[in-house]
Write a protein that binds this ligand. Structure first.
Ligand code: GLN
Length: 191
């Protein structure tokens, strides 16, 4: 069977770690910088970084609308940290950017003292996983189509809605590929 290809949004942020991890999972991984790069992909990863910068750069290139329309049409997507913010329907009081996931998130919501921290969480379907939160958003609310796969402090930390997965933390940092395998495995099976 031909190897499947995942595209990693490559405007800014933690791109290379996702590229490497997807390859280690046996996938081709390519950088998505312009709308044309979405052609032929089986899945997408939206990395962590700064959602405001990714918003600005992707708008300038017409990429934000292209991402939105690909995801709306059913392209499987995994958003991590800033990537999860891009996917959320509501960000603070504002409308979200891609906005396809029924989530209300708040950026940088862990406050200064705990801007970054690490903790082990139990992930449904994966097991105990070491989660690194870096100036992470808090997922305040989820719609009824959203399944919570892991939580932290009484709030969802990993959620799934159909073919969309969003993590408040950074599964691409470190050596543990199980969450990437989980997502890419679901894509390969057709969810
Ligand atoms: N604080 C960033 C934002 O609001 C997200 C941080 C991250 O992706 N590690 O976009």
């Amino acid at each position: 069977m031909a190897r499947k290809t995942v595209g990693v949004l490559s405007l800014q942020g933690g791109v290379e770690e996702h590229i490497a991890m997807a390859q280690e999972c046996g996938w081709n991984s390519v950088r998505v910088k312009v709308a044309g790069d979405l052609k032929g992909l089986n899945a997408l990863i939206l990395p962590g970084g700064e959602s405001t910068t990714m918003n600005l750069l992707s708008r300038q290139r017409g990429l934000l609308n292209a991402l939105k329309s690909a995801i709306k049409k059913g392209m499987p997507v995994f958003g991590t940290c800033a990537g999860a913010i891009l996917l959320a329907k509501k960000v603070g009081k504002r409308k979200g950017l891609i906005g396809e996931m029924d989530l209300a998130v708040e950026r940088n919501a862990h406050g200064r003292q705990a801007e970054s921290f690490e903790t082990d969480l139990e992930i449904k379907g994966v097991g105990k996983f070491h989660c690194i939160f870096i100036r992470a958003p808090v997922i305040r609310e989820v719609g009824k189509n959203v399944e919570v796969l892991a939580g932290f402090g009484g709030k969802p930390a990993l959620v799934r809605q159909g073919r969309m997965l969003a993590a408040a933390f950074h599964p691409e940092l470190g050596e543990d590929r199980r969450l990437h395998k989980f997502f890419l495995g679901k894509v390969a099976q057709g969810f």
